[in-house]
Design a protein around this ligand. Structure first.
Ligand code: G3I
Length: 373
């Protein structure tokens, strides 16, 4: 019988308490991936910086705590194929080697995205938008080159990123404008053609929003039923201390689960800094001006905020455990606070604390808290 079932099925509270303490004591020897091994994979991302300058302590954490790694930037179009037909494999190769050498599930990120995609992809040499045929071929060639190179080594691919707006419509990206919604089918079909084993994922942010949720649940279900190979819905999970309401997040987990697809939390981080706006997404073209008021914890995180972060991590993972039949992976967007994009977004130059390890790579209270679950 599994650990959590055992605890649930017994009326002996004492037994649960003993089990819980045992888990907590074990936290030093056992990694997160082992603690949640009956529930879901626990992943992190690898930045270009860490691939370029490997760090022994960082690697010790990754191999102890995580059983999935995602490429933060090294597989994005602008990095892999900065000009047409010119491929730069160095960092992506290192990323794959890292995963293979350490036997970690490798998540490729990302085949098709409107962002970080060079101009030549969408426009011809005259600067005019490509025809549907030309853009479709461009996409297919890119996927053949990238997914083809690593076929057999990739556990999951983020195939299409962020194709839907927050109010539940197709995003008017160049992909959509030129190819219509068929760009999604083309991407997934091509990925499957090239790699018949990798799980194929649709990945997006603000996945708790009701209109976005309804649209994504509907389109993934419909596309899958009409033959498109898709295995999972990726909920990025860029959340904060106060947003979103986890009840909405739970509704989304359930709605996505009902499509018959698995759910992956692909990019979890918890922003602790004040939001000076209502913007809560991951639209990276958004930027706001710096002010000290927006950067209050330069000298360290106050105890009460640290506690809020710990509570929030506990709530998040408790929710994931509740839906462990749907959730296949929970990946964090980085190992330690210093390497997370939230230090620079949407205001540059802030000091944020969104992850489970601090800037010295020491585990934070939130890390230990997860072993109590
Ligand atoms: O490559 C240049 C480098 O040559 C230059 O020295 C450096 C100076 O700033 O910039 C480098 O590019 C940066 C790149 O990260 C690599 O570090 C870009 O400016 C910067 O915009 C880019 O940000 C990344 C962002 O995606 C856009 O690609 C973040 O690190 C990355 O965490 C973030 O990740 C995205 C996911 O892919 C999709 N979901 C949302 C998530 C957060 O935005």
């Amino acid at each position: 019988m599994r650990r959590r079932q055992l605890i649930k099925s017994t009326s002996m509270a004492a037994l649960a308490l003993i089990a819980q303490r045992a888990r907590f004591v074990a936290a030093n020897d056992v990694g997160l991936k082992d603690h949640f091994k009956d529930d879901f994979l626990v992943g992190t991302m690898l930045s270009n910086e860490i691939l370029t300058e490997p760090d022994a302590k960082h690697q010790a954490i990754v191999t102890k705590d995580f059983n999935a790694i995602t490429a933060e930037n090294c597989m994005k179009w602008e990095g892999i194929q900065p000009s047409k037909g010119d491929f730069t494999w160095e960092l992506a190769d290192k990323f794959i080697e890292y995963g293979v050498a350490n036997q970690i599930n490798i998540v490729g990120h990302v085949l098709v995205w409107h962002s970080q995609t060079p101009d030549y992809v969408f426009n011809n040499w005259l600067g005019k938008p490509r025809s549907a045929k030309s853009l479709g071929e461009m996409m297919q060639k890119h996927i053949h080159a990238l997914a083809g190179r690593y076929a057999g080594k990739i556990w999951a691919w983020d195939v299409v990123n962020e194709a839907v707006t927050d109010d539940g419509k197709w995003r008017e990206s160049p992909w959509f404008k030129i190819l219509g919604e068929d760009f999604i089918r083309l991407a997934f079909n091509t990925a499957r053609e090239v790699d018949d084993k990798a799980l194929l994922v649709y990945n997006d942010y603000n996945m708790h929003l009701p209109k976005k949720r309804d649209f994504i649940a509907a389109f993934t279900r419909y596309f899958k039923t009409s033959g498109m190979p898709i295995d999972a819905i990726g909920m990025q999970g860029h959340v904060g201390l106060d947003f979103p309401d986890f009840k909405e997040l739970e509704r989304s987990i359930i709605a996505y689960g009902k499509t018959g697809l698995k759910v992956h939390f692909t990019e979890l981080d918890i922003d602790v800094l004040p939001a000076a706006w209502d913007y809560i997404g991951a639209e990276i073209s958004t930027e706001f001006e710096y002010s000290d008021k927006l950067n209050p914890y330069v000298d360290g995180l106050p105890k009460d905020i640290e506690q809020k972060l710990t509570d929030r991590y506990r709530e998040f993972f408790t929710l994931c455990l509740k839906h462990r039949d749907i959730i296949e992976r929970v990946s964090l967007w980085g190992v330690h606070d210093g390497e997370n994009w939230k230090n620079g977004f949407p205001v540059k130059g802030r000091t944020n604390y969104p992850l489970l390890f601090d800037r010295k790579l020491e585990p934070k209270p939130a890390y230990y808290e997860l072993f109590k679950l």
